[in-house]
Structures are given as structure tokens and as C-alpha cells.
Design a protein around this ligand. Structure first.
Ligand code: ZN
Length: 468
């Protein structure tokens, strides 16, 4: 423990610019205050309240001078603690608004498992620690603080900026999903030409150096299937070959050995192009080799050993749950499995089910989707979107490549994209390569990262929104 702490503080001392850790600017202090208040409001599903968090942010925006009618806390019926914040910063109305999207809720955190209280903002060794320190209260606090700052500076954009801070992003599925509720019931209030969202976690390398700036364009489609085999069963002293468990297990073994076809999109092609310049040796060569036509099959196989590469260039389906039999001394009458698929954006979902049936190759195994998919075509990486990110990134982090990514997981972005609002994950906040404890223990973000993200988003939104 001691060595870790020492190593961390040493690394922080070597890398954190003194201006951030020693004398924060007034804007940084203002952000820190909003951020502290936000992470110290528990917004877990079990005992927390998004409504309290939404109200706290609303108070800051109104105190800064945003008209009360432009700052709304919207609470869905039946979910008094599931409030969402929608705040409109008025521009000249020359173009459709930009949505600044983030989520208020956080994953559960048990005090006894954490080194520090997860619902107190602790600054230590150049890091902020708290549940939500990174996911996603950093971005929500930054968006809020930046609107306060714009207001004070008298900034008048050419288009409206809409801050949308939602509840229940972390709960899948949730009947109180804030973004689903807002899209269904208050579309006019949040409608935008495009949205900026979490999910674009830029990366530091192990030594704390900037590895890559990231813009996330697209999320895989989440689809779960139930596999089932039924059988008349019988006494286990008189077994027969036709056994529900063996049928299912045989099919699952075939699925385990199967790979969905390799496929690149504009986003993932750009990802591997950029990564081939960051990676070295065999990995770099392999990334170049899969970009050729036809792609190199051996390179694909080598790269697929990395779950990140593999999930980037193909649809995946994996068995996640099993349930079979009803007694130790009876032949199974039923065997079930859950298979969770992450489908490349743009791939027909029906085709995945047909592929599963073909690979399971046993007509005793039925395959049934457990829910309707939320389709999520990849948002286009246009020069209007990417240009400002590249320009700003080159100013703030010269020489650090901007890498487009596809998210294998899921955020609120899949709903906004599905609703026709292209959504991009971009924050200018560089994460540690170990994942920074997001969804896990001792979640953290570097102090300098927080303030760099603040400055990056302050300037990026202005580049997109124009005006003075
Ligand atoms: Zn999140």
C-alpha cells in the first residue's frame, strides 16, 4: 500500500503541472465547488436521489442568471428521486442547438469496500476520489461550470446550448431512464443537431503520458437472447441420448468456437489507422495488414486475442448465464442459457439471430430475443465535428493523435442516436489505462485531467456554437 501511494504521489509530482495542483484559477475553484457538491449528493439507485443533484445544479445555473423557465428539473411520474436537469443557454438561434449530455446517477459503492468515503470528494496524490469522480459527474460538473462561466462572460452563441443531465443511465433496463423519458415526452425541449456525451475517454499510458485523444462515434447494439431446450425428462437411472443439457451444451460449445465475420466501418477503420501509428512492432504491422483489401486473416487472428480489438472489428455473442434441470435424480426437462450479443452498428439484428441458429446447429435449441433492440447507426465523422476536436487537441496536447472509437458498451448515446441526434463521446479528459476505478473501487480522476477537460470543453463548445 505504502509503495503504491508513494509511486502515485511521485508520478503526480512529476507530471501534474504546478498551476493545477497549487494555485487553481477562479474558474477551477468554481468548478471544484460544483463538482464537490455533485459527488457528495448520493445518486445511487438504492438510496440516492438524482432529483437532489438536478436541483443543486439548477440552483447554480439560476444563480448565474439563467432565466428560471430555461432551467427545468423534470421528474418522471412514479419516480420522485429520478429527476433530470434540462437547462437551455440561449443563443442567437441561427442553427439548431447542441446538446451537452451527461448522467447524474452513479453505480452503487459500498463504504466498507472503499479506502475512502465514496460520497466525499477527497483530493489526494493529485487525484480526486469519489464515486462518480469520473463517470459521469466530472463531465456534468464541467458542463454546468462552463455555462456559469459563459453567462458571466456575456457569451452569446449562434445557437442554443442544452444541458441534459439524466438519471438511470447506469440501470439497464430502467423504467425511469431519463433520456428515454425526455426523448418521448419532451423532445422539443431537448432537440438538437448533435450531442456531446461521455464515452470518449482519452487515454494516458502507464507512465502518465498522453497516449491518445479520443472521439467516440457509435455504440454497439446490445441484444440478449434466451436459448432453450425442452425434453420429456424421466428417471436419471434410465438415461437416454436425447438430453436437454447435452443439446444445449453442444450448441454452446459450437458458439464458443465461432467468430462473427470481421468487418470495419468508417469509424473503426479510422481507429485502426490511428492506432497503427501509436502501437509498435507486430501489433502495428497487423493493424496495417487488416486495413488492406483483402484483410490479412492471420493479422485478424492475432489482433483478436485482445478483447478490445476483437470487439471493435466484429459482432460478439457470449453465453452469460445457464440454468437447467430440476432434481439431482431426474433427466432435465428444461435447459436454458442467456447469450448476450454486442452487434456492430448498422448490422441487421435479425441476421445475428439467424447466425446463432446456424452456429448452434441443433433444431432442439430455440433462440428468442429477450427485448427489443435499440438500433444505433454510427454517427458520421464529418469535418464539422472532427475538425474542431483536432484543432483544439493540437493546441492543448500537441502531437497526441485524435483517435475515433466505437464503444463496445452502452451509454445514453444509443438512445439519442436512435432518435436521430448524432452523439459523440468527447471530453478531453485523459483516463489512466487501468480504467480509473470506474464502476469499481476507489474511482478517481487526476486533478489536472479535470481542469484540462474543463478548458477543452469550454473551448470546443464555443468552436461548435460560434458567436461572441
Ligand atoms: Zn457513464
Amino acid at each position: 500500500m505504502k509503495t503504491t501511494c508513494f509511486a502515485l504521489s511521485l508520478a503526480a509530482a512529476l507530471l501534474a503541472p504546478a498551476t493545477y495542483s497549487q494555485s487553481p484559477t477562479s474558474e477551477q475553484r468554481e468548478l471544484r465547488e460544483i463538482y464537490k457538491e455533485l459527488v457528495e449528493i448520493n445518486t445511487t439507485d438504492s438510496v440516492g436521489s438524482c432529483t437532489d443533484a438536478a436541483n443543486a445544479l439548477a440552483a447554480h445555473l439560476k444563480a448565474a442568471g439563467l432565466p428560471a423557465q430555461d432551467v427545468q428539473v423534470i421528474v418522471p411520474p412514479g419516480g420522485p428521486k429520478k429527476g433530470n436537469l434540462v437547462a437551455r443557454y440561449r443563443g442567437a438561434g441561427a442553427k439548431k442547438p447542441i446538446m451537452l449530455l451527461g448522467h447524474l446517477d452513479v453505480v452503487e459503492a459500498k463504504r466498507e469496500d472503499w479506502q475512502r468515503d465514496p460520497f466525499k470528494l477527497v483530493e489526494e496524490n493529485g487525484y480526486f476520489y469519489a464515486r462518480g469522480a469520473s463517470d459521469d459527474k466530472s463531465m456534468v460538473a464541467v458542463f454546468t461550470a462552463n455555462l456559469v462561466r459563459y453567462r458571466r462572460e456575456g457569451y452569446r452563441p449562434e445557437r442554443d446550448l442544452i444541458l441534459v443531465a439524466t438519471c438511470d443511465e447506469e440501470i439497464i433496463p430502467s423504467k425511469f431512464s431519463g433520456i428515454v423519458y425526455l426523448l418521448e415526452k419532451h423532445r422539443g425541449l431537448i432537440d438538437a443537431e448533435f450531442a456531446l456525451n461521455e464515452g470518449g475517454a482519452a487515454l494516458l499510458d502507464k507512465s502518465g503520458k498522453y497516449q491518445r485523444m479520443t472521439i467516440q462515434a457509435g455504440e454497439k447494439v446490445f441484444q440478449t437472447y434466451q436459448l432453450e431446450v425442452t425434453n420429456p425428462g424421466g428417471h436419471s437411472s434410465l438415461p437416454v441420448k436425447d438430453n436437454a443439457i447435452y443439446h444445449l451444451a453442444g450448441g454452446l460449445a459450437r458458439l464458443g468456437a465461432f467468430d462473427f465475420p470481421f468487418k470495419l466501418s468508417a469509424t473503426t477503420r479510422a481507429y485502426f489507422e490511428a492506432m497503427s501509428r501509436i502501437e509498435t512492432a507486430q501489433t502495428a504491422a497487423d493493424m496495417k495488414a487488416i486495413l488492406r483489401d483483402p484483410p490479412d486473416a492471420e493479422a485478424i487472428a492475432r489482433l483478436a486475442a485482445s478483447p478490445i480489438n476483437n470487439s471493435t472489428f466484429r459482432t460478439t455473442c457470449v453465453a452469460t448465464m445457464l440454468d437447467a434441470g430440476h432434481a439431482t435424480n431426474a433427466l432435465p426437462q428444461r435447459a436454458r442459457a442467456i447469450v448476450n450479443c454486442r452487434i456492430l452498428p448498422g448490422e441487421p439484428v435479425d441476421e445475428v439471430q439467424r447466425t446463432l441458429l446456424r452456429v448452434l446447429a441443433d433444431d432442439k435449441i430455440s433462440v428468442t430475443p429477450t427485448h427489443e433492440p435499440t438500433l444505433s447507426p454510427p454517427p458520421p465523422l464529418t469535418p464539422e465535428i472532427v475538425g474542431p476536436v483536432e484543432k483544439l487537441s493540437a493546441q492543448m496536447w500537441p502531437g497526441v493523435p485524435v483517435v475515433p472509437t466505437l464503444l463496445a458498451g452502452a451509454t445514453d448515446g444509443r438512445f439519442t442516436i436512435n432518435a436521430g441526434i448524432p452523439t459523440y463521446g468527447v471530453s478531453g479528459m485523459f483516463r489512466d489505462p487501468d480504467g480509473s476505478g470506474v464502476h469499481g473501487l476507489n474511482e478517481r480522476i487526476r486533478v489536472r485531467t479535470m481542469y484540462e477537460g474543463q478548458e477543452f470543453l469550454y473551448r470546443l463548445v464555443k468552436l461548435y456554437a460560434g458567436g461572441k
